[in-house]
Design a protein around this ligand. Structure first.
Ligand SMILES: *[C@@H]1O[C@H](CO)[C@@H](O)[C@H](O)[C@H]1NC(C)=O
Length: 152
């Protein structure tokens, strides 16, 4: 039996859809350096907060973190007196049951903050890439999560 041309195309399309990894489809390019979630997002100095990072999509997109550094930053309209504040310098735990997840809890530093300022928690992911002669070197990519800092 000969299939109508349109049916054959439909079958091909169905097969290629199955062949495409489902997980890769759900990984937006924006997740290439990790996904960072801060909780809660409204904080005063001394408040306890948790940072969760997920590198599942990063790994699928070829980014395998060597170091993960977390800062509070003012990326837009920085007044020149708002340097990045280091929160934590971490490495993923390859021996963990969830080696692509990172989590830590800390208190918001009693730093100098300013009103009406767009603070974010910035995750800076350092990862290896292959150089022109085939040897590895490291580059850094960042992803941010907005926070509001009150009672400053
Ligand atoms: C980590 O990200 C992956 C891919 O988006 C997702 O499937 C998984 O549920 C996430 N894990 C956690 C603990 O959020």
């Amino acid at each position: 039996m000969q299939l109508p041309f349109s049916t054959a195309i439909g079958i091909l399309a169905a097969f290629s859809a199955v062949a495409t990894p489902v997980a890769a489809q759900s990984c937006p390019q924006a997740a290439q350096f990790g996904v960072v979630i801060v909780s809660p997002t409204t904080l005063s100095p001394g408040d306890t907060f948790t940072v969760n990072a997920n590198f599942t999509c990063a790994a699928q997109l070829g980014v395998n973190p060597q170091y993960t550094d977390y800062y509070i930053e003012v990326p837009v309209n920085n007044n020149g007196h708002e340097p990045p504040i280091l929160l934590a310098r971490r490495t993923l735990d390859a021996s963990s049951a969830t080696p692509l997840l990172d989590s830590f809890t800390m208190q918001l530093p009693y730093a100098y903050y300013f009103a009406n300022t767009g603070y974010v928690v910035m995750l800076e992911t350092t990862y290896p890439v292959t150089g022109t002669n085939g040897s590895p070197y490291s580059v850094v990519g960042g992803v941010e999560a907005p926070i509001t800092i009150t009672n400053i």
